[in-house]
Design a protein around this ligand. Structure first.
Ligand code: BG6
Length: 526
């Protein structure tokens, strides 16, 4: 059943029946019974994202805790008892910002489901021990034999863990399903992604493999597809005849936090563009799938990537900008430059900002630029897609040129999730003056309910065997096929590295790249 919720209408303004239906929107289904094995259990991701997500799912009644059919087995290098691991996790839960409603009572029930073992990904003995431990949990505690292996470990450990799971027979689905979730980055270029796919494919079948990109778990990212294919209003104009260009931004205020080790090896292009931003491009550009299932949706996304040509070295010079933040100021606080961050090499050329113009050579998008940019330490935290429509063919109200900008559809992914449409309206008064106004739909007011966090959605999907929101083997390879030539060009010392002040809108070179084509980025300092 569908309900209608007005844009700009708070949930308290709508009828009780609608309010109830809307409040249920976030109700979550029940997962299959399973044991979640987390490699890297005491790492940052496990503490900040995975455990909070599983705890929220347990509190929402989505995991089979009450029937003893849900178990977590954490694996880490540090020796610890189950109790010590639970205590450490309890500490984090108290302050974790992704925990929806922490209660000691809820935690107690959840903590009972958590176990821990010491293990080293490079030691085959560890995987044998894991198999024994899973058997013991099943026999002694009634734990489910369905197993979801979560590799929350550095990329360098992925192949060894996958091979180890294979040699311990933990890939075989004789007495339950076996699935593996692999964190990004999946490889660091086309060659390594292919090699990793080959290793994974020699142990797990594709239907058992879940390559995670947490952007796909974000409610508003999924909403791109609903917006496009659930409404007949937008799809007819969603093409090169009506759309002038598309602008995708993922701007962060935060710096690299304590992740210099990872970030120095990665940089903004690998960290954000190769995965999250290309996902936003494919969802914005893909053809309607024949059905909303894993094969059909992923097939259409891959077709978009296949339609994008890897750039030549000359095109890379024209169509990309890499930059690094220098020091800046926020109110009266001094912000350090990237080179001054702990763990960063004093002569590092790692980019903290990347801007790329992608072109999609197909009938729908030929000639329409997709500009994407991402950066750390920018003036605002915003992730959004701006679809700029073409100008009207005739400037009827040309007296007011600056006020009658072309229509823009804005899909805001964070913060303040929602969709806005900029259009032109007559200004009140006796004269025929026009101004741009905005029509807004905001998730928070529209539905008045908490959206599940990205990791909750994705973990639940994996437990239910739904891979629609995970990346397919060929999809990551097609993405690297576009990114690797850029990485190679950027690796050269002669490729310019621009700079921007921390807490600014980014480098001037990025503005110039768009200005050359008569376009401009949405101003992050506004
Ligand atoms: C991660 C990147 O994948 O995404 C981080 O490694 C980045 O560098 C983060 O900060 C951004 O995610 P979100 O959900 O905060 O937009």
């Amino acid at each position: 059943m569908s309900t209608t919720i007005n844009a700009d209408t708070s949930i308290s303004d709508v009828s009780p029946a609608i309010a109830n239906a809307a409040a249920n929107v976030a109700a979550l289904p029940e997962a299959d019974p399973c044991t979640v094995v987390i490699f890297g259990a005491s790492g940052d991701l496990a503490k900040r994202k995975l455990l909070p997500a599983l705890f929220n799912l347990a509190c929402a009644g989505s995991l089979q805790c009450k029937r003893n059919q849900f178990t977590i087995l954490g694996i880490g290098r540090t020796p610890m008892s189950d109790e010590a691991f639970r205590d450490a996790m309890h500490e984090f839960m108290l302050t974790a910002k992704d925990v929806a409603d922490f209660t000691e009572e809820g935690w107690k029930e959840f903590a009972n489901r958590i176990h821990y073992m010491v293990g080293d990904p490079n030691d085959n003995g560890s995987h044998e021990e894991l198999a024994n431990q899973l058997e013991a949990l099943a026999n002694e505690k009634g734990a489910s034999r369905n197993c979801l292996f979560y590799l929350s470990t550095p990329p360098s450990a992925t192949a060894a863990i996958i091979k180890g799971l294979g040699s311990a027979g933990l890939n075989e689905e004789t007495d339950g399903w076996r699935r593996v979730i692999i964190e990004k980055p999946f490889g660091r270029d086309l060659t390594s992604a292919r090699e990793l796919n080959a290793v994974v494919g020699s142990v797990f079948q594709e239907h058992q493999t879940y390559r995670i990109d947490h952007y796909l778990g974000k409610e508003t990212v999924q909403n791109i597809l609903v917006f496009r294919f659930g409404n007949s209003l937008f799809e007819p104009i969603w093409n090169r005849n009506y759309i002038d260009h598309v602008e995708i931004t993922a701007a962060e205020v935060l710096g690299i936090e304590n992740r210099a080790g990872y970030y120095e090896e990665s940089g903004a292009l690998r960290d954000m563009v190769a995965n999250h931003l290309l996902q936003l491009v494919t969802l914005t550009a893909m053809e309607p799938p024949v059905a909303f299932d894993a094969d059909s949706v992923r097939e259409e996304k891959v077709q978009v990537l296949r339609s994008m040509r890897p750039m030549t070295p000359d095109e890379i010079k024209q169509r990309t900008v890499r930059a690094q933040y220098s020091n800046g100021e926020k109110k009266s606080e001094q912000l350090a430059s990237y080179l001054e961050e702990k763990g960063v090499k004093s002569d590092s050329k790692t980019e903290t900002y990347a801007a790329v113009k992608f072109m999609i050579d197909n009938w729908r998008w030929g000639g329409v630029p997709f500009y994407v940019r991402t950066g750390k330490r920018l003036a605002s935290h915003i992730t959004e897609i701006r679809v700029h429509m073409k100008r009207t063919p005739q400037a009827l109200f040309s007296g007011d040129e600056h006020d009658i900008a072309p229509n823009v559809i804005i899909m805001q992914i964070q913060p303040d999730e929602g969709i806005s449409v900029n259009f032109v309206a007559k200004r009140p008064g006796t004269e025929m003056h026009a101004s741009t106004v905005q029509m807004n739909f905001r998730y928070a007011q529209g539905f008045g309910t908490r959206s599940p966090a990205a990791y909750e959605t994705l973990l639940l999907d994996a437990m239910q065997g739904d891979a629609t929101l995970f990346t397919r083997a060929d999809e990551v390879e097609y993405a690297w096929r576009l990114i690797t030539p850029i990485e190679e060009a950027w690796a050269s010392d002669s490729f310019p590295l621009a700079h921007y002040a921390a807490n600014s809108a980014g480098p001037a070179e990025s503005n110039s790249m768009l200005a050359r084509e008569g376009h401009e980025w949405h101003d992050l300092e506004k």
